[in-house]
Write a protein that binds this ligand. Structure first.
Ligand SMILES: *[C@@H]1O[C@H](CO)[C@@H](O)[C@H](O)[C@H]1NC(C)=O
Ligand SMILES: *[C@@H]1O[C@H](CO)[C@@H](O)[C@H](O)[C@H]1NC(C)=O
Ligand SMILES: *[C@@H]1O[C@H](CO)[C@@H](O)[C@H](O)[C@H]1NC(C)=O
Ligand SMILES: [Zn+2]
Length: 544
């Protein structure tokens, strides 16, 4: 039995005559008993008609009591089915207003959408969303879309996107009953009206859950299934608001239309009742067709994966190297790592970041360089230890150029640890250095004694095209030299992150001071560079 009170009667009467569907009537009566929405709408309609027809009936008077908001009172249900069908004369009275259908064409179109006598015309407020678009057929469609993409998930949240003009129609309908609400001393406000979205979810959540074999449909979940309705026929409903509140409708770059739901709500908050009624029919006009249900959109929140990588190749850029739209190197660290991870998580895309980066010709040895990846819309969000190890193995075996370790799922917040205090971290390097003048073992011995050497580095010439010109101070904490032959030695360096090593060795035309040429009093150049360690204690090591 519907939890309605005697006072609701004129509102029910008025809304039904205006062409509201049964569920929208419940919404405007602020019925918050979910079961009332879940019962078949035809049944609700029948009950509503009986309710307003039957003023004298004592059974109905009873139902106006406070207890009546109880959901499952079987004795009431029996009482309703006892109520005789409406006589034809009353039925006619309840037909929606045909004010909208002024021309014959529209009338004919309207007839098309009600092939059967007992099928309700399209609701003037919800445009069919709480009618045939809200039930098992729609639930099956949603479930099919989810299954087709074979996501792995524990729970899902249903999100609903409605055409913005629904707000305009809702407002019109509210104005239509507002007088009754006030006169009957019904203490409720427009905000108390149950939203279409809410009612839709109350009805659909259980149905979708059932179609998906009992998965929990909840209000917050990492997995979102989006249902979108449009109604092109009434899109123009919103347009008058652009003249009443031009400021509300500013073009934004990624929206197709300025008439977003937010903007429409804002404009409706500002407009006076009188002005609204001057521009828009009250109650709203009768649509001839229901909303169109768009393709179901499934989206899983990003998963973040971190690890450390080694790079063993001197001809591999970290990210795809494209110059003038043409690829310069066939692969990149990022792509080699990402491809197997993307396929393991069945993600749509990724976003790669790392703790610093090495040049294309620099190797990264030792424990490797920390990296993290955001995986967009992963269809699988979890990997157990064994699967993770397997994934690591696949990456390791995919190429000799790179290896990964400590691969793990991390949180978005943890990811920022990698970038935190990056400047303070240290890195160690080995450089193969060439000297113009021949050297002897003793000539480079002094290098081992240099501690905390501060450099002034002007932005290197080779990166000037992408970094601002500045002088940066960097510290070389310590160095060591290993003699190779009269023109070559290995230089080990432990430096502050962000030090340009190549420029320290060759001097960059004096742009880095002091530099190795000055220290050795001869021209020097760097032939090879390896990163030996990136001293960032994140991500945590995974024991083998
Ligand atoms: C059902 O409604 C009747 C009549 O209002 C009432 O007497 C009875 O207690 C209700 N039963 C339940 C289970 O609420
Ligand atoms: C990638 O990350 C950057 C920085 O965190 C962010 O601005 C960007 O939107 C991300 N890209 C995608 C496709 O998520
Ligand atoms: C992948 O290679 C790294 C670096 O050599 C190594 O530490 C790690 O154990 C390897 N992982 C697997 C599963 O092969
Ligand atoms: Zn409706």
């Amino acid at each position: 039995m519907l939890p309605l009170k005697e006072k609701d009667k004129p509102i029910v009467q008025k809304l039904l005559s205006a062409g509201c569907c049964a569920r929208c009537v419940l919404r405007f009566c602020c019925v918050s008993v979910q079961a009332a929405y879940r019962q078949p709408q035809q049944e609700t309609l029948k009950e509503l008609k009986a309710f307003i027809a039957d003023t004298e009936n004592s059974k109905c008077q009873d139902s106006a009591g406070p207890d009546s908001r109880d959901e499952n009172n079987k004795s009431h249900e029996a009482a309703v089915s006892d109520t005789p069908e409406d006589p034809p004369s009353k039925r006619a009275k309840l037909e929606p207003s045909v004010a909208a259908a002024q021309c014959e064409e529209e009338d004919a179109a309207a007839a098309v959408v009600r092939p059967k006598d007992d099928e309700s015309p399209v609701c003037v407020v919800c445009l069919g969303i709480l009618q045939e678009l809200c039930g098992t057929i729609q639930a099956v469609k949603i479930a099919e879309a989810v299954k087709a993409e074979s996501y792995e998930f524990d729970t899902l949240v249903l999100s609903v996107s409605l055409p913005a003009q629904l707000c305009v129609r809702e407002h019109s309908c509210w104005l239509h009953v507002k007088k009754e609400v006030r006169e009957k001393g019904l203490v409720f406000d427009k905000d108390d009206v149950i939203q279409v979205k809410e009612a839709f979810k109350w009805i659909m959540q259980g149905l979708v859950a059932k179609e998906l074999g009992g998965v929990a449909v909840v209000t917050r979940s990492a997995f979102e299934v989006g249902v979108e309705f449009t109604h092109p026929q009434t899109d123009a409903d919103c347009h008058f608001l652009a003249t009443t509140c031009p400021d509300c409708f500013k073009p934004t770059k990624n929206k197709q239309s300025v008439f977003t739901r937010m903007a429409v709500v804002k404009a409706l908050e500002k407009i006076s009742d009188a002005k609204f009624l001057k521009h828009y029919p009250c109650p709203p006009t009768q649509p001839t067709s229901s909303c169109i249900s768009q393709d179901i959109q499934c989206l899983h929140v990003s998963v973040f994966v971190a690890g450390r990588y080694n790079k063993f190749c001197r001809s591999l850029p970290q990210t795809p190297w494209v110059i003038d739209g043409e690829r310069r190197m066939e692969s990149s660290v990022e792509e080699l790592i990402a491809a197997p991870i993307l396929s393991a998580f069945r993600a749509d895309g990724f976003n790669f970041s790392s703790s610093g980066r090495e040049d294309v010709d620099v190797r990264t040895l030792g424990n490797g360089r920390p990296f993290a990846m955001e995986l967009l819309n992963p269809h699988k969000a979890r990997l157990n230890k064994v699967e993770m190890k397997k994934l690591q193995e696949i990456i390791n075996k995919s190429s000799d150029k790179i290896r990964v370790r400590d691969l793990q799922i991390v949180t978005r917040e943890a990811m920022s640890r990698m970038k935190e205090g990056e400047e303070e971290k240290t890195k160690t390097y080995t450089a193969l250095v060439w000297t113009q003048k021949p050297i002897q073992r003793e000539d480079i011995g002094f290098i081992d004694d240099i501690k905390d050497l501060t450099l002034d580095q002007k932005t290197p010439l080779r990166v000037l095209h992408r970094r601002a010109l500045a002088v940066r101070q960097r510290v070389i904490h310590s160095m060591n030299a290993r003699f190779l032959d009269p023109h070559h030695f290995y230089l080990g360096l432990k430096t502050q992150a962000g030090t340009y090593i190549k420029e320290f060795v060759h001097g960059d035309f004096g742009r880095t001071k002091p530099n190795l040429c000055q220290l050795l009093k001869t021209d020097t150049d760097i032939l090879e560079l390896d990163v030996e360690s990136v001293d960032v204690d994140w991500p945590p090591a995974i024991p083998e």
